[in-house]
Design a protein around this ligand. Structure first.
Ligand SMILES: Cc1cc2nc3c(=O)[nH]c(=O)nc-3n(C[C@H](O)[C@H](O)[C@H](O)COP(=O)(O)OP(=O)(O)OC[C@H]3O[C@@H](n4cnc5c(N)ncnc54)[C@H](O)[C@@H]3O)c2cc1C
Length: 564
């Protein structure tokens, strides 16, 4: 404990304005992690976590079931899914024998998926068949061809993987609030299992779905996305990485464990088979309708591709690129120093728990890189879910802390050197070539470098008519163009940059007030700004030429050489 307390007595110095998203102090003190990681080995799925009464998304009071409910019919077998991972959103009839349906939303994978494991386990418990349903919304948070194409290509592979496991896959199209209850009521289902997302729209829909399902159908929500379930990691809105880190680290030995062995569904699906899905047509349709933001060609979708990015022998992050992470991850000219996992994590095509388990095996050879990676992927990512789960206004100024709102509003009318419209920003028509480059990297390449995301969002605060406008523009552009957009990490990233969420107050200055400031000169001290501008120029030219860019081809080793 004392290690942690001493870690954070001295916050990062305000003079270091252009620093990493992660305060320097945080990265220096990950030394407990290896101990926790070792302790977690071989602790597979033996959670004895206390069952707690939990508050649902929009006031639904969800109580984890009494032992008898989850264990019913198990003959004393140990549960494969830690009970604390599961929230009962609606009690059903425990003796119902109808099929169990997993409405998959956020965790779009067949492997390492606690929600799928839970659905199969619950089906086997009552000797019922199990199926997966995916609801394709007509419109969801403005997703375009880039997002929907990636998602559907991943789902096509997923359908095959599920069929190999003898689990039928149903694709429903339209509004989930109608489709899911109709589907389950029509099947006389006994249970709906769903994965967890903290996003408002889906939580609201889940509440409505619970109200429309017949009384006998239970609804279980499983946190299959976070290593430590969001409601277990903390019961409240956390102030910063510092406050959640110790909580998560304490629980890692219990939750960062190998998945249980796959148990096949016992009862065959003999009801109506899923209709044949015309994937080619479906993909062509979303590409046509969302053509404003075209698909990316450098980023292959699906579970197999995700595993390749993590572990591939040619270009895998852990296998070939890991050593650069600790030293180069804040250098926008070295995008390959980053894992490149965010598209896959966002769409749930790979599990964070799998990534962490694999990363742990590389700790001996690359301790600093592994610790830094786990800090980002576990602590920072779970902190973002914590924020969106406990702060319903996660995408507005109202979601900021009082001190930040006050300072931003105090400076809302300060004179700005430039004011740009949304259109000028979207088209990268500002006077700052560095900012323009980052905007173009996002628009054309679909994944802006993590370091540039901070600079990019902060400049939007500097160049618009106040914090509310800045935030809504940043979120709109982030969601529209980033392949990993529409994610808790995106909302929190924008609020961190513009509203100081999870950060601290800094020296007061015009426009920003006490919000951390970043500027061009600071970036210049950190990396080769001209090299990055040149790199993006080439990236855009190439993307336009080939209708897709390749991250591999554009990993600039020596930008000066490229320019000459
Ligand atoms: C303004 C702004 C907007 C952002 N928008 C998004 C977004 O829409 N989607 C998104 O996934 N991330 C977002 N981030 C967080 C971060 O920049 C990206 O997760 C990261 O750049 C993704 O690339 P990577 O997977 O190669 O990163 P790596 O450094 O390899 O990280 C591995 C994983 O750790 C997690 N992670 C890394 N950095 C952070 C962070 N700061 N906060 C939370 N989790 C993190 C992500 O899940 C990431 O995939 C945003 C940050 C800012 C400042």
């Amino acid at each position: 404990m004392s290690i942690w307390r001493t870690c954070f007595t001295s916050p990062p110095k305000p003079s270091c304005q252009c620093s990493s998203f992660m305060p320097a102090a945080a990265s220096d003190h990950l030394s407990l992690l290896p101990i926790l990681l070792r302790a977690s080995m071989g602790n597979a799925a033996k959670s004895k976590s206390p069952r707690k009464r939990l508050k649902g998304s929009s006031g639904t009071s969800s109580e984890e079931p009494p032992n008898s409910s989850l264990n019913c019919g198990m003959g004393g077998d140990e549960l494969r899914v830690p009970p604390a991972r599961v929230r009962v959103l609606k009690q059903g009839n425990v003796s119902a024998k109808g099929p169990v349906i997993y409405w998959m939303f956020r965790d779009q994978r067949s492997k390492d998926n606690w929600a799928l494991i839970h659905a199969v386990e619950q089906a086997n418990r009552v000797d019922a068949p199990v199926a997966v349903a995916f609801n394709l919304f007509d419109q969801f948070l403005g997703a375009k061809a880039r997002h929907l194409g990636f998602m559907l290509r991943g789902l096509r592979g997923l359908q095959e993987a599920l069929e190999a496991l003898r689990i039928p896959f149903f694709l429903l199209q339209g509004e989930a609030v109608d489709n899911i209850p109709n589907f389950l009521n029509g099947l006389n289902a006994s249970m709906l299992v769903t994965d967890f997302t903290p996003l408002r729209d889906i939580r609201k829909r889940k509440d409505e779905i619970c109200g429309k399902l017949s009384d006998s159908i239970a609804v279980h929500e499983v946190d299959a996305h976070n290593i430590v379930p969001v409601w277990t990691a903390s019961e409240k809105l956390e102030y910063s990485a510092r406050t959640i880190r110790t909580k998560i680290h304490k629980l890692l030995p219990e939750y960062l464990v190998e998945y249980p062995e796959w148990e096949s569904p016992r009862k065959e699906w003999t009801m109506e088979a899923p209709s044949k899905i015309d994937w080619d047509n479906l993909i062509a349709d979303v590409i046509r309708k969302g053509s404003e933001v075209p698909e990316l060609q450098w980023c292959e979708a699906g579970e197999v591709a995700a595993k390749e990015v993590l572990m591939g022998s040619k270009d895998g992050f852990l296998t070939t690129r890991l050593r650069h992470y600790s030293t180069d991850r804040n250098n926008p000219l070295k995008p390959k120093a980053l894992s490149g996992l965010s598209p896959y994590l966002h769409f749930g095509q790979i599990s964070t728990q799998r990534c962490a388990l694999e990363a742990r095996n590389f700790r001996k050879t690359h301790p600093q890189s592994v610790d830094a990676f786990l800090e980002e992927m576990i602590v920072r990512r779970e902190l973002a879910d914590n924020f969106c789960f406990y702060q319903p206004q996660y995408d507005s100024l109202q979601g900021a802390w009082e001190w930040a709102r006050k300072t931003l509003l105090d400076h809302a009318a300060d004179k700005r050197e430039h004011i740009y419209t949304m259109e000028e920003l979207e088209k990268a028509k500002t006077a700052d070539p560095l900012w323009n480059a980052s905007q173009l990297e996002m628009v054309h390449h679909g994944k802006m470098h993590g370091f540039m995301r901070m600079y990019w969002a902060k400049k939007i605060l500097e160049w618009t008519n106040g914090p509310e406008e800045a935030l809504s523009i940043a979120i709109h552009l982030n969601d529209k163009y980033q392949i990993d957009g529409r994610d808790p990490n995106g909302y929190v990233g924008c609020l961190w940059s513009i509203c100081g969420v999870h950060d601290q107050g800094w020296q007061e200055r015009p426009v920003f007030g006490k919000i951390r400031y970043m500027n061009y000169a600071g970036c210049k001290r950190k990396f080769d700004v001209d090299g990055y501008i040149y790199y993006v120029k080439r990236l855009v030219e190439d993307t336009k030429k080939r209708k897709g860019g390749s991250l591999t081809n554009f990993c600039v080793k020596d930008p000066k050489k490229m320019r000459s």
